[in-house]
Ligand binder design. Structure first.
Ligand code: GDP
Ligand code: MG
Length: 797
C-alpha cells in the first residue's frame, strides 16, 4: 500500500522508498525510513499536501511524493522487515585507548598561536541556530550579512575568556550531502574554511532525527560539540536524557542549552575552548558500524586510500571511502586531483554493486539505515520518553489553522490585517519622513546659492533618496508580521495551505508569501524568498515577483485611469493587478518548463511545533531588514538618483539661450533639452508601435530609479500644456489616446520595477546574470504586451 492511500488518523509502517536517489535520501533524513511508524494526521483544505507524523515530527508531503513511499499495516510490516543491522553497535578506530586521551582524532588541534577560534554552527532548520548565534554574538562588535553564492551565512565576532571567537551561522540542513544548495554550501564551508570547532545545534526533544546530521559530523571527524538546544522543551515533556552518557558513546561532548533564554551558553563556550585546546575528555573519533556487509566492502577501499599520498586531509579516509561508495558527485569532484582516483572509483563501484547484491539495498539506504540504527541504540540506553504530550497544543492550533473551512478565511484575514497595517499604520510615519525630507530640501534651498549644486542636493539627492526612504516604515511593519509568522511557526502553515495553488505554477507553497508581499514593495518581497529552500523555486519566485504590481506603481495607474477611463477606473486598476499575476504565472511555468525542469528538492516541509516568538528576536529581525534597506538607499539608490538628475539637468545654459530663454525662466527640469530628453527622443521610434511619443518615453526612463518618479516627471513635462491640472494637461497635449494610455499602463506594470529591485535580484540570486535577465525579459514582455494592447485597443476604442 502507498502512504498516499493512508486515511486520516491511520498509522502504518514504512517498508520501502522508491524514487530517485536525492528524493529518497531527503525523505530518509526527514525520518521516513524503513521500519518507522508514520501517521496521517491532517489533510490540507484542498487535499494536498497531507500532514504526516513521523518520529514525533509533523511533516507535510505532497500526495504524489507520498505515493513513492510504501507502507504496510503494523502487523504485516513486522513479518516483512528483517533488521539489517543490530542496534547500536559501534567501535572505536584502531589504536583507540578509550575515552581518555584518545589519539585517534585525525585533525591536530590548532597550531595557531593567536587565540582566534573559528566556529561554525550547523544543524537542522529550526533547531535554534540563529537564536544561538544571536545569543552568543549578542555583544558582537561586528555582525555582517554576507550573501553567499546561493545561500546566506552570517558571521559574528565576540570575545570570551581571552579568545576571539568568530562564529558563522550556516544554513539549516538535515544532512551534509550534495543534494541541495544548502547542503553543498555547508559541506564546502567545512571543507574549505575548516572551522576549528563545530557547534551542532540539536533539538533536545527530538533527538532521533536531529542526531542524523551529528552522525555525519562523526564520519567527517570534525571537532564538534552538540548544543542540546530547547532543553526546556525536553524537560517540560518529562523526558529524561543522560546526555553525558550519550555524548560518551558518540564521542562528542553534549551541552544542554536554551538559546531563547541564553541559558547554558557559558558551558557551551567553555567546551568550545576545551576542544580548541585539545583538552576535552569526551571527544574521540568513533566509527559507526555499518554492518558486516558494508564494512566488508569498505575495508579494501579504505586500505587503498590509506596508502595514497594525495588524499585531501580535511576529512578522514573512511569518510572518503564511504562517499566513493555512495558515488557522491561533489565528493568525487574534490578527489579529482588525486592520481589514483579512477582506480578508486572502479573499486567503489564494484563494492557498491556487491553491497546491493548482498543486501538488496543501495549503499545510501544501507548507510542511512545503519546510522538510524546507531542512533536508536544509543538513545535506548540514555533516553526515557516523557509522559506529557508536548505537541498537544500544536495539534489543537493546527486543527483550527489548517482546517478545511477555516484555514483559508483565517489566512486571508491575517493577510488583510497585515496589508492594512502596512498601508494604514505605515502612512503616518511615511508622511513624517516625507515632511522631514521636504523641510530639509527647503532648508538647503534657503541657505545655498541657486545653481547646479543646489539643484543636485535638493532635487537629486534629497528628493530622490527621500522618495525611497519614505517606504521604510512600511518595510518595518511588514517585517514585524513576517518575523512573527516565521518565529511562531505559522509561515509553514500558510505555505501548507497555499501549496496546491502554487504547485500549478510549478512552485512551492512558500512562494506565495513573497509574491503577496510584492504588492507592497518588490524589494522586501525578494528578500523574503530566503525562506524557500529549493534554489530553483527561489529563483523563479524572485524573477516573477516584479510582476506583482508594487505600491509605487499605483499613483501612475490612478492618474491615467482617472484621466482616460474615469467611469471604469477601479476595473482598470484591478485588471492591471490581475494581468501582472497572470504574466507572473505564465513566466513561472515557462521557467519551470525550460531552465529549471526539475525541482531538485522535493516538497518536504517541516511543520514545526508552535513556539512563542520573543520580543528580542523580533526586534532584531526588523532591525536587520531596516539596516539592509538603508544600506541600499545609501548606495545604489543614491548613485542612480544622481545619474538621473545629471541626465535631466544637463546640458544647460547655451541651449536655453539659443531658444531665447533666460536661465531663471527655465524650469528646474528642462527635460526636453536635457540628455534624458535626447535619449527619450532617440528611443521614441522603439516606443512608437505602442503609440507612445518621446514624452511618454521620458516618463518610462525616469521610472527606472523609482516608479514614483513617473508622475512627478509628467507634472514637469506637461506643465506648459494647461493651466488647470495634470489630467487636463495630458489630455490637452493630445499625446495619448485611450489605447496608447492603456499600453503605457501595461508597459509601466510589466517593465522592470526599479533599480533597487534589480539590485535585490542580483543580491538574492547571487548572480548578476539573473538581474540582467530580469531587465531584458521584463522589458521585452512589457513591450510585446504593450504592442498587443495598443493594436487591439486602437481597433476597439
Ligand atoms: P534556526 O532555523 O535553526 O536558525 O532556528 P531559530 O533560531 O530561528 O529558532 C527557531 C524557533 O525556535 C524560534 O521560534 C525560536 O524562538 C525557538 N527557540 C530557539 N531556541 C529555543 C529554546 O532553547 N527553547 C525554546 N523553547 N524555543 C527555542
Ligand atoms: Mg536560522
Amino acid at each position: 500500500m502507498k502512504l498516499s492511500e493512508l486515511k486520516n488518523g491511520e498509522t502504518a509502517v514504512i517498508v520501502r522508498l522508491s524514487g530517485h536517489g536525492g528524493f529518497r535520501k531527503r525523505i530518509m533524513e526527514m525520518g521516513f525510513i524503513r521500519g518507522e511508524k508514520v501517521k496521517s494526521v491532517l489533510d490540507s483544505p484542498m487535499h494536498d499536501p497531507v500532514k504526516y507524523n513521523v518520529m514525533g515530527y509533523d511533516v507535510s508531503l505532497r500526495r504524489n511524493e507520498a505515493s513513492m513511499i510504501e507502507v504496510l499495516p503494523e502487523e504485516e510490516a513486522k513479518k516483512e522487515l528483517t533488521p539489517i543491522n543490530s542496534f547500536g553497535c559501534m567501535s572505536a578506530c584502531e589504536g583507540c585507548t578509550g575515552s581518555l586521551g584518545c589519539n585517534c582524532i585525525h585533525r591536530p588541534s590548532s597550531t595557531r598561536r593567536d587565540k582566534i577560534i573559528e566556529v561554525a554552527l550547523v544543524g537542522n532548520p529550526n533547531s535554534g541556530k540563529t537564536s544561538l548565534f544571536n545569543a552568543l554574538s549578542g555583544s558582537s562588535e561586528h555582525v555582517g550579512n554576507y550573501s553567499g553564492v546561493t545561500v546566506d551565512a552570517k558571521t559574528g565576532t565576540f570575545s570570551y575568556k581571552g579568545y576571539r571567537i568568530n562564529i558563522t551561522d550556516l544554513p539549516g540542513t538535515y544532512s551534509i550531502s550534495a543534494y541541495s544548495p544548502e547542503e553543498r554550501y555547508v559541506r564546502r564551508h567545512l571543507f574549505e574554511k575548516q572551522p576549528d570547532v563545530i557547534i551542532n545545534a540539536v533539538v533536545a526533544s527530538n533527538l532521533e532525527r536531529n542526531l542524523y546530521l551529528t552522525t555525519e559530523l562523526i564520519d567527517m571527524n570534525l571537532r564538534t560539540v552538540v548544543a542540546l538546544n530547547m532543553f526546556d522543551e525536553l524537560e517540560a515533556s518529562g523526558a529524561k536524557l543522560d546526555y553525558e552518557h550519550l555524548g560518551g558513546m558518540m564521542g562528542i561532548p553534549m551541552i544542554p542549552t536554551v538559546a531563547k533564554l541564553a541559558k547554558g551558553l557559558d558551558k557551551l563556550l567553555d567546551t568550545v575552548i576545551e576542544l580548541f585546546e585539545g583538552e576535552n575528555k569526551t571527544i574521540r573519533h568513533i566509527h559507526i558500524n555499518y554492518g558486516n556487509v558494508l564494512e566488508d566492502e569498505l575495508a579494501p577501499l579504505s586500505a587503498k586510500l590509506h596508502v595514497s599520498d594525495d588524499l585531501p586531509q580535511q576529512f578522514p579516509v573512511r569518510y572518503w571511502a564511504l562517499k566513493l561508495m555512495e558515488q557522491d558527485k561533489e565528493a568525487l569532484h574534490l578527489l579529482d586531483r588525486c592520481k589514483d582516483v579512477e582506480s578508486w572509483k572502479k573499486l567503489a563501484l564494484k563494492a557498491s554493486k556487491s553491497v546491493h547484491n548482498r543486501l538488496g539495498l543501495d549503499v545510501e539506504t544501507a548507510i542511512s539505515d545503519a546510522k538510524y540504527g546507531f542512533i536508536n541504540g544509543a538513545l535506548q540506553e540514555t533516553f526515557k520518553v516523557g509522559s506529557k504530550d508536548t505537541l498537544q497544543k500544536t495539534r489543537r492550533i493546527d486543527r483550527l489553522v489548517a482546517n478545511k473551512w477555516l484555514g483559508f478565511p483565517l489566512f486571508l484575514s491575517l493577510m488583510w490585517l497585515m496589508f492594512t497595517a502596512v498601508f494604514n499604520l505605515g502612512a503616518y510615519p511615511q508622511d513624517w519622513i516625507d515632511a522631514a525630507f521636504g523641510m530639509l530640501g527647503d532648508f538647503v534651498t534657503s541657505i545655498m546659492p541657486e545653481g547646479a549644486l543646489q539643484n543636485l542636493i535638493v532635487n537629486g539627492i534629497i528628493g530622490g533618496v527621500g522618495s525611497v526612504a519614505v517606504f521604510l516604515p512600511q518595510i518595518l511593519i511588514l517585517y514585524l508580521f513576517i518575523s512573527l509568522m516565521e518565529d511562531s511557526g505559522y509561515m509553514a502553515r500558510a505555505a501548507f495551505i497555499m501549496d496546491r495553488i502554487m504547485h500549478k505554477m510549478g512552485l512551492h507553497g512558500k512562494s506565495f508569501i513573497p509574491m503577496l508581499m510584492g504588492f507592497g514593495c518588490n524589494v522586501p518581497a525578494i528578500m523574503a524568498t530566503r525562506t524557500i529552500e529549493s534554489r530553483s523555486s527561489r529563483i523563479i519566485t524572485i524573477l516573477i515577483t516584479p510582476f506583482m504590481s508594487c505600491s509605487a506603481r499605483l499613483p501612475v495607474f490612478i492618474l491615467f485611469a482617472a484621466t482616460f477611463f474615469p467611469e471604469y477606473a477601479p476595473t482598470v486598476l484591478i485588471s492591471l493587478y490581475i494581468l501582472g499575476v497572470l504574466v507572473a504565472a505564465f513566466t513561472a511555468r515557462i521557467l519551470r518548463k525550460t531552465k529549471f525542469k526539475t525541482d531538485e528538492t522535493p516538497f518536504v516541509m517541516e511543520l514545526p511545533p508552535y513556539r512563542m516568538p520573543t520580543l528580542k528576536a523580533t526586534l532584531r529581525h526588523m532591525w536587520e531588514k531596516c539596516e539592509q534597506y538603508l544600506r541600499k538607499i545609501g548606495t545604489i539608490i543614491l548613485a542612480s538618483t544622481i545619474i538621473i538628475w545629471f541626465l535631466s539637468y544637463y546640458p544647460r545654459p547655451e541651449m536655453a539661450e539659443s531658444v531665447g530663454q533666460t536661465t531663471t525662466e527655465l524650469c528646474d527640469n528642462d527635460y526636453e533639452n536635457s540628455y534624458i530628453g535626447i535619449i527619450g527622443k532617440a528611443l521614441s521610434p522603439v516606443m512608437e508601435p505602442l503609440g507612445l511619443n518621446w514624452r511618454a518615453t521620458i516618463g518610462i526612463i525616469t521610472s527606472i530609479p523609482a516608479k514614483e518618479l513617473v508622475v512627478s516627471t509628467m507634472g514637469v513635462l506637461y506643465s506648459s500644456e494647461s493651466e488647470e491640472g495634470l489630467q487636463e494637461a495630458i489630455i490637452a497635449s493630445g499625446d495619448f489616446t485611450p489605447a496608447s494610455a492603456t499600453s503605457f499602463l501595461v508597459f509601466i506594470l510589466l517593465f522592470f520595477p526599479c533599480i533597487a529591485t534589480v539590485a535585490a535580484i542580483a543580491d538574492e540570486t547571487g548572480n548578476r546574470k539573473w538581474a540582467l535577465f530580469a531587465v531584458l525579459y521584463n522589458t521585452a514582455v512589457a513591450w510585446i504586451a504593450g504592442y498587443f494592447v495598443y493594436t487591439i485597443g486602437s481597433l476597439i476604442l
